[in-house]
Design a protein around this ligand. Structure first.
Ligand code: ZN
Length: 113
């Protein structure tokens, strides 16, 4: 699976998981003729099926949240007091280490001055 975006693998996995959940609810009995083997989950088909569906939905939900976070990267900030620039992720909650003032987005700073 080289070259396939990790995101699509998550979506495929979640579709399979949700589909399995629906399948459990609709056909809770599996029978393997070769091994003469029977699985019957009828008494627990709802909790089992629903938890599969929830797992599948959560997979997509988590992935979406992650990609949303990536959309807005904040790289450079500037301290309005000492005019020093910083890498945002090197700062503790965006505070200037020498003035203890909240730094601002560099683009916003230059646009408003
Ligand atoms: Zn400063």
């Amino acid at each position: 699976m080289i070259g396939v975006d990790h995101k699509y693998l998550i979506y495929i996995a979640s579709v399979i998981t949700v589909y399995s959940g629906i399948d459990i609810i609709l056909t809770p009995v599996w029978f393997s003729e070769k091994q003469d083997f029977l699985i019957d989950v009828t008494p627990i088909k709802w909790p089992l099926g629903v938890s599969f569906i929830i797992c599948g939905v959560l997979l997509v939900y988590r992935e979406r949240k992650k990609s949303k976070r990536k959309v807005k990267p904040l790289f450079y900030t500037i301290c309005p007091n000492c005019k020093e620039t910083y890498f945002y992720n090197k700062l503790k909650e965006g505070m200037c280490p020498s003035c203890d003032v909240k730094t601002v987005d560099m683009d916003k700073y230059y646009n408003s001055n």
